[in-house]
Design a protein around this ligand. Sequence first.
Ligand SMILES: N[C@@H](CCC(=O)N[C@@H](CS)C(=O)NCC(=O)O)C(=O)O
Length: 257
Amino acid sequence: MSDKVTLFHWEPNANSGKPMLALAEKGVDFDSHYLDLLNFDQHKPDYLKINPQGTIPAMIHGDKVLTESTAIMEYADAAFDGPALMPEDPRDRWRVRWWMKFMDQWLGPSFSMIGWSIFVGPSVRARDPKELKEAIERIPLPERRTAWRKAIYNLFSEEELAESRRRIGVGIAMLEEALSKRAWLASDRYSLADVNGFNLAYALPLSQPDLANDEKTPHIMEWLRKIYERPATRHIWSMGRTPMVARVKILERGEPA
Ligand SMILES: N[C@@H](CCC(=O)N[C@@H](CS)C(=O)NCC(=O)O)C(=O)O
């Protein structure tokens, strides 16, 4: 049996970026299978054989098919050699999982709603209306169908967008507080919580310049820059194909004065 690792992913960003970065940190070479989310590749029959939910990412390791980005990261950390991305101490492990649950269930969907309303929707909206309608009908999960419909036809309500913006504000304050107490999000070592957090937050200084900046959130800024400087992060962000990936450049340190 082959132990080959194949990762089905989109851009280094959010859910796709999590296992990409975790694998790179572990030093695992993987076959990259890029799916163009804006071309609805994730809903095509070949991919649905791998992940019938039609969402990205998914990973194949040998004969095992793995889905769910955070669960894939935990699998990768346990299955492969390389630096541990989960701390030993039970309280620290709890903190890693606490942050990942918070980000996946509460904060991430808000980032996603804003991203889909300002980037994903506008990127596809001008295409042939009939093709778009058919593409939406092919989406397997009803909740993803709703997200696509809202993004394409600009149907996110002002109320839900305001709630997402509120959550992003709360999340930024919580990250800043946590990072003022320790060097990394969940323990004194780089962990899956940081990988998860970076994928959500790397573009904050661009997207939320009034809330995330050197004056108001110096700990977040230093944390993001430190992660950006890691060789694994550089490598994974060089795999991006859309202009979205260039946003990470905001984390370049300026010339010393
Ligand atoms: N809980 C899943 C969510 C996966 C997910 O929704 N991924 C998004 C991209 S970040 C996706 O595939 N969207 C495309 C679609 O809904 O068609 C995970 O963490 O893997």
